[in-house]
Design a protein around this ligand. Structure first.
Ligand SMILES: Nc1ncnc2c1ncn2[C@@H]1O[C@H](COP(=O)(O)OP(=O)(O)OP(=O)(O)O)[C@@H](O)[C@H]1O
Ligand SMILES: [Mg+2]
Length: 699
């Protein structure tokens, strides 16, 4: 018999489940789904309620896109059910952009959202005609009333649906997503993958479904469009499920996280940062529980081993064995994290200058990309090419790679071996090839065993290399295309949006690999974090010129802010004041270090002969020496720290209390020292920046 309190709890549970499922828009109930032998989720239950903003996350290939396909009914679960309320409308944005193609204009594709309104328009039109045709007064009173009733009903419905300014609304949304008014009549198929995605996104937004399922919507968007999407979604009335690997985006967009992890769904009632904290705690708990259970299992096994043969204890051993068999095993939390092992290698060293662009111009019809622009890429350059979509970043990258025609000169340096990674590389993968076949055909002259080892580094192990490309997840495709880029051992990489589709963990590993890479690269990315970790120069296309900033992204942002502040000040101050400043050259405001062109300026152009400049230069050299020393110190300390970390986790040390305490205190000391030196390092850096800006020694 259940106690009264238990009965109450049970009743409450049923009641709540009932309320929730009555309001549910869609969901899974004890659903299991597998691809052949591979289980994606087991017994998963997830109810999506109205007004929820949910982030669906998980490592690449864990099954996020598959779950969305289950929800819309593209796949069926092998056990359990997928539930959708009859009235729920669902909008689903695919991760795969190739599945839709048409010659219709983008405006008409987006306006396809109003199918229902077009139908309604037709009905209203027909009703109107009928009313006109049959002179109303000739009709029987009832019939007339019915027709008029229907007519006004439809008009009302039209109004509710907001059917009277659909073209205006469509244009507004398309322009919010970055299309120019001139673009709207161009055919859909003329646009690149990223832009097509926006059209489909616009269409879906216009449909205003009760439930939006967005599979990695930010992958192809630039910052202004992402911000636009954020604002839009924040005010969205319906529920939204967003698959994304962008934690900043998730943090702002969602209030609930569903994680696909070890074939189950895990729920977190908060944004991404909340998830991160909470997950850490859960992992620790799980790990402790796992270790305790392992200890228990070992004990039981020892017991069984010892007493199995003894008649007096055989029964007890038997029962222990049964118990062990039935035990619900806790998974080892530490096993989960897959690890990409990207290792970029360089075959040969190139000359000092890799590429020179001289007076290059490029336009598409009326759209000017660059005009008479010049720039140079040197050995050791790690350039991030940034700026809004439509400025031509990818075009410039293709021009450098020689994959796009232009006027002007591109001079290739000595011994340069380039490799180009871009969205179209992903789209160019042959969907019918297996992973291994794709690698065999990329002309690397490696044998199958070598290719399998390389693919293993990109997490395609064993049978995975036999998978057809058409079934690969977004991240898996990206990894394969990256593997193809890397197999060449190039000393110069051109990377267009390399972090698209990659989960955060893989993204970190890519950063690590690029930091170790001995060659040079130029990359296009809208991921601020990624850029800030990988670039030592920033290129921006501005006013159809290539503007170069020698410094990291953070410095660039800082510089830009300062420049804007200065501009404000200058605008406010009166002319007289300005003239005074110009007279006094020595105290001129810091010169921006952004150069119009990276072609080295002839020294005659810079006033290096004035004494003040000589002194500044000397000081700069001194600071640079100190900076180098500090850098060496930082590196040495970091190395020491990592040695100590290894030591701390070695059994030899942690099993001996004294040794452990000693190592721990060494670690602490080194860490403190590192903080100090880091501070010094940053100060020196700032000093150098100031000096450089004051004297304009760059270039
Ligand atoms: N039709 C299919 N047949 C066999 N395996 C498939 C099929 N579709 C997907 N898979 C595999 O199932 C796994 C889950 O794929 P899914 O696309 O759902 O992952 P995901 O979580 O969306 O990953 P990503 O973050 O990379 O987009 C992947 O390993 C993928 O290769
Ligand atoms: Mg996916």
């Amino acid at each position: 018999m259940l106690k009264q309190s238990e009965q109450f709890a049970l009743a409450l549970h049923f009641y709540l489940t009932k309320i929730f499922s009555e309001h549910m828009l869609a969901g899974l109930q004890d659903a299991t789904f597998e691809f052949g032998a591979r289980t994606i989720v087991r017994d998963a239950t997830w109810h999506i309620q109205p007004n929820e903003h949910i982030g669906l996350i998980g490592y690449n290939g864990t099954g996020k896109s598959t779950l969305l396909k289950l929800l819309v009914g593209e796949y069926q679960p092998s056990a359990g059910t997928v539930e959708r309320s009859r009235t729920t409308t669902i909008g689903y944005l695919h991760q795969d952009l190739l599945s839709f193609d048409t010659k219709d204009s983008i405006l008409s594709v987006a306006m396809g959202a109003f199918e229902k309104i077009f139908e309604l328009e037709k009905e209203i039109d027909e009703l109107g005609k009928e009313i006109e045709r049959e002179n109303l007064s000739d009709l029987g009173g009832e019939r007339a009333e019915l027709l008029l009733h229907q007519y006004t009903d439809k008009l009302h419905e039209m109004e509710v649906l907001g059917g009277y300014n659909i073209e205006h609304k469509t244009k507004e949304i398309l322009q919010g997503l970055g299309f120019s008014p001139a673009d709207l009549e161009r055919p859909f198929h003329e646009f690149s993958g990223g832009w097509r995605m926006r059209v489909l996104l616009a269409k879906m937004i216009l449909q205003k479904p009760d439930l939006l399922l967005l599979d990695e919507p930010t992958n192809h968007l630039d910052l202004p469009s992402i911000e636009w999407l954020e604002r839009y979604l924040q005010n969205y009335d319906g529920s939204v499920v967003i698959v994304s690997h962008d934690k900043f985006f998730l943090d702002r967009m969602v209030t609930k996280i569903v994680e696909v992890y070890q074939q189950s769904l895990h729920f977190y009632l908060g944004n991404y940062s909340f998830y991160e904290r909470e997950k850490q705690q859960r992992i620790e708990l799980q790990q402790r529980a796992y270790e305790n259970q392992q200890e228990y299992i070992r004990q039981q096994e020892r017991f069984i081993e010892r007493f199995r043969a003894k008649a007096s204890k055989a029964a007890a051993a038997q029962s222990a064995m049964k118990k062990l068999d039935k035990l619900d095993r806790i998974e080892n939390a530490e096993l989960e994290r897959p690890s990409l092992r990207i290792n970029f290698r360089v075959d040969k060293t190139p000359g000092k200058i890799l590429v020179t662009l001289k007076h290059v111009s490029k336009h598409f019809g009326d759209i000017e990309i660059v005009k008479d622009a010049s720039a140079e890429i040197d050995r050791g350059d790690k350039i991030a090419l940034i700026g809004a979509n439509g400025k031509g970043k990818s075009t410039l990258l293709r021009m450098i790679a020689g994959a796009e025609k232009f006027s002007g000169e591109r001079i290739w340096g000595y011994n340069v071996d380039e490799s180009f990674y871009a969205q179209h590389q992903l789209e160019a993968l042959n969907l019918n090839h297996t992973v291994l076949e794709e690698m065999q055909l990329c002309g690397s002259q490696k044998n199958d065993l070598e290719l399998r080892i390389l693919l293993g580094c990109f997490l395609f192990s064993g049978d995975d290399v036999e998978k057809r490309i058409k079934v690969l997840s977004g991240g898996e495709k990206a990894r394969l295309a990256l593997a193809k880029t890397i197999v060449s051992k190039a000393n110069f990489l051109l990377l267009d949006e390399p972090t698209n589709h990659l989960d955060m963990h893989s993204c970190e590993l890519l950063i690590g690999a690029l930091n170790k890479y001995e060659g040079s690269y130029i990359l296009v990315s809208h991921d601020r974090y990624f850029i800030s970790k990988t670039a030592n120069k920033i290129w921006e296309i501005d006013d159809h010129q290539i503007r170069e900033f020698k410094g990291s992204y953070a410095e660039w942002v800082d510089w830009k802010e300062r420049r804007e502040a200065e501009r404000d000040v200058n605008n406010n101050s009166n002319k007289k004041d300005k003239n005074k400043k110009q007279e006094n050259n020595n105290t001129a405001p810091p010169q921006p270090s952004l150069e119009t062109q990276s072609i080295k300026q002839p020294t005659a152009a810079a006033p290096v002969n004035t004494p003040i400049n000589k002194e500044l230069k000397k000081e700069l050299q001194k600071q640079q020496r100190l900076f180098q020393q500090a850098e060496e110190k930082v590196n040495a300390l970091k190395k020491r720290l990592s040695e100590l970390e290894n030591k701390l986790s070695s059994p030899e040390i942690y099993s001996d209390k004294n040794k452990f305490l000693q190592a721990e205190s060494d670690y602490q000391k080194t860490n403190d020292e590192l903080s100090k030196v880091n501070l010094e390092y940053e100060k020196l850096f700032e000093k150098i920046m100031d000096l450089e800006q004051g004297g304009d020694f760059r270039g």
